[in-house]
Ligand binder design. Structure first.
Ligand SMILES: *Cc1c(COP(=O)(O)O)cnc(C)c1O
Length: 399
């Protein structure tokens, strides 16, 4: 660690400096190439330097970069209309990040009850292991002691119950409850998949109590699981949804989607952002949708998911002392480790493959969705070698 670093010491960074990227590959300043199966934490959904995204950004950068939301921004209307057409939503609010998308989602849920004559309904119920961002509101939602410690009073109006504990949930709901907030697959929490049946149950609970279902699809959205949004696998729809990460393909962009009814309280002046939805972000966001909504894109994601699942299962069978379990959906995959997850991430990096640690001793694989079968197999071979580095050595044969 360089104690003279001008940067906040909030990150323990790997000693790697990348100069350029192309598709699923990154090139470091020493010329070494790495297979990027972290994709900037599920952000580079279309890989690095995708020509269609580069062209969109270049073209917009020569017109106008920023205007503020004091004026109409045609790119916002277009992206909003396309997101609504492809989802449950009627209305969209654009932000710059996931935490801001979730803040907008939480505010939208509370305002819904406020304008419907139930101002006491402010509590948001979340689930253990959740991650919703690092603002003061979203750390209260996530309720992780390590994110809250030392940051003053925890924001009021959040309750948490164990994931999948229906009795605890029933107990927690009262006249102050505004909404349930959940990730269809907990990402930071360790690729913990919420079953379709559980999501259907949560939808029914919300309907029964007149409260809103808010989904955090910041990590699961935009094709990551082989559908535009992960909840589509369950057949239910939320009232409000936050998305970010992949939606900008690497350009900072987030969005809060809602039904017209759920968004009814978000009237002029109630919420805002200076940068959110700026023309550069909208140009890239629209270009991302061009690719993600194209025929065959989701099929490709599902096909590659199968390649990964089979390869990872084989690695788990060969090295059960390293990989205990394979988790996830689509290209949001987790290796629950029998060793320390950080050791496996390091061993993968030694094989020039980038992966990301998560909670619950898991290593996350979040490759760009454009990964080819050949690149997937290349990556799997590296993961196999990485696991081999950590696997207990077979007992030495007597001479
Ligand atoms: C990354 C993430 C966030 C926060 O997004 P930022 O862009 O870092 O603010 C929120 N929710 C989930 C599920 C995430 O994965």
């Amino acid at each position: 660690m360089d104690s003279a670093s001008p940067l906040f010491d909030t990150y323990a960074r790997a000693p790697l400096r990348f100069e350029r990227g192309e598709g699923v590959w990154l090139t470091a300043d020493n010329g070494e190439r790495y297979l990027d199966f972290g994709a900037g934490i599920a952000v580079n959904a279309l890989g690095h330097a995708h020509p269609h995204l580069v062209a969109a950004l270049k073209e917009q950068s020569e017109k106008v970069w920023h205007l503020s939301n004091l004026y109409e921004i045609p790119g916002q209307e277009r992206l909003g209309r396309r997101l609504a057409a492809a989802s449950f939503a009627d209305k969209v609010f654009f932000s710059n990040s996931g935490a801001e998308a979730m803040e907008a989602a939480i505010k939208t849920a509370r305002r819904y009850h406020y304008v419907n004559g139930r101002p006491e309904r402010v509590d948001i119920i979340t689930f253990q292991g959740a991650f919703h961002g690092r603002t003061l509101g979203t750390i209260a939602a996530g309720n992780q002691p390590k994110h809250l410690e030392g940051f003053g009073p925890k924001a009021d109006g959040f309750k948490q119950v164990p994931l999948g504990d229906r009795a605890a949930l029933a107990e927690a709901i009262d006249e102050k409850t505004a909404a349930l907030l959940i990730e269809p697959i907990q990402g930071e929490g360790g690729i913990r998949v919420v079953s379709n049946e559980e999501l259907q149950h949560l939808r029914a609970v919300c309907d029964e109590h007149g409260i809103l279902l808010v989904l955090d699809e910041v990590q699961t959205g935009v094709g990551r699981t082989g559908k535009l949004f992960a909840h589509e696998w369950s057949g239910i729809t939320p009232d409000i949804l936050g998305v970010a990460k992949g939606i900008g393909g690497g350009f900072p962009l987030g969005a809060c989607l809602a039904t017209a009814e759920a968004a009814a309280g978000m009237t002029a002046g109630t919420h805002g952002t200076t940068f959110g939805g700026n023309p550069l972000a909208m140009a890239v966001g629209n270009a991302v949708l061009d690719l993600v909504l194209a025929d065959g894109f989701m099929e490709h994601v599902r096909d590659m998911a199968l390649v990964f699942r089979q390869g990872l299962a084989a690695i788990g069978d060969t090295h059960p002392d390293v990989v205990a379990e394979i988790r996830g959906e689509g290209l949001m995959l987790g290796l629950k480790c029998a060793c320390k997850n950080g050791d496996l991430v390091d061993a993968m990096r030694a094989e020039n493959l980038l992966a990301i640690p998560a909670g619950d001793n898991v290593v996350r694989l979040l490759p760009p969705l454009v990964v080819s079968a050949e690149e997937a197999r290349d990556g799997l071979a590296r993961i196999e070698r990485a696991a081999g580095r950590l696997s207990a050595k077979p007992a030495a044969q007597p001479a």
